[in-house]
Ligand binder design. Structure first.
Ligand code: GLP
Length: 240
């Protein structure tokens, strides 16, 4: 595992944008996994600036959302669908998302993961980390071999999305997520974390033995993981 520490969130966004633009340049059919959340927004803004300036081109990239809410119509404010519509302000080859409004969410997310595998998997899976250690919507309790599936969302995760949905009651109780197994099948993984609120969970994910209590700790089992942290998120790591 590589750990890169950026001085601040702006530098983190620039480095993350560079990593994504590099993958977009490589190979015949580049594919990336993309997260939602507050952390990647400045990275997506930086990519948009580079695309505008001609320094990055994602028009050949196939992007796969790593998760989505379940049980609300597609495009409902607060869904990942709505998030990407707003924040991916540059041309992309394709963006695939599970369907938040699917009548049968279990079938939809299984089909989504199967389409992803058939398309050749993910070159670079970009992830955030929840304060409870989740990656995508793999909440605490998720095993290393967990498949793509429907999950009950942790209260902590629902709270984090209350503002986007308008109220806590409006946040769906279930989500659809690529499993830890799907994420670990990616050829490379880039985890973004910024801010002091992430410092303790980042330390646990990186320094404690891998366990389902902190799903992000399963990333220790992948040789191609880079943790890209700002100084605050890295502040509890032991000196290296
Ligand atoms: C959300 C998403 C994750 C994201 C995480 C961290 O609930 N499902 O994919 O990585 O929480 O979000 P933030 O960057 O806002 O802390």
């Amino acid at each position: 595992m590589r750990i890169e520490i950026a001085a601040d969130a702006t530098t983190l966004a620039k480095r993350a944008a560079s990593a994504i633009c590099d993958v977009a340049r490589a190979g015949a059919h580049p594919s990336i996994g993309l997260p939602t959340g507050d952390t990647p927004i400045s990275t997506y803004e930086e990519i948009a600036r580079r695309v505008e300036a001609g320094g990055c081109d994602l028009s050949r990239v196939t992007a796969w959302a790593v998760d989505e809410f379940a049980g609300v119509p597609r495009g409902t404010p607060g869904t990942n669908d709505a998030f990407f519509l707003r924040h991916l302000a540059f041309p992309l080859g394709a963006l695939h998302l599970p369907d938040a409004g699917a009548a049968n969410a279990a079938r939809d997310i299984a089909a989504f993961a199967s389409r992803l595998r058939d398309a050749g998997g993910i070159d670079l899976c970009v992830l955030g980390i929840g304060t409870n250690g989740h990656i995508a919507f793999n909440e605490p309790g998720s095993a290393a071999d967990s498949p793509a599936r429907v999950v009950d969302l942790a209260t902590e995760s629902r709270n984090a999305h209350a503002a986007a949905f308008g109220s806590l009651d409006a946040v769906p109780t279930r989500g659809m997520t690529l499993g830890v197994a799907d994420i670990l099948a990616s050829r490379a993984i880039l985890v973004l974390a910024s801010g002091a609120a992430k410092a303790d969970i980042v330390r646990r994910a990186i320094e404690e033995p891998p366990s389902a209590a902190v799903p992000a700790s399963w990333l220790q089992r992948h040789a191609g993981v880079t943790w890209l942290l700002d100084a605050a998120a890295a502040s509890r790591l032991r000196a290296r």
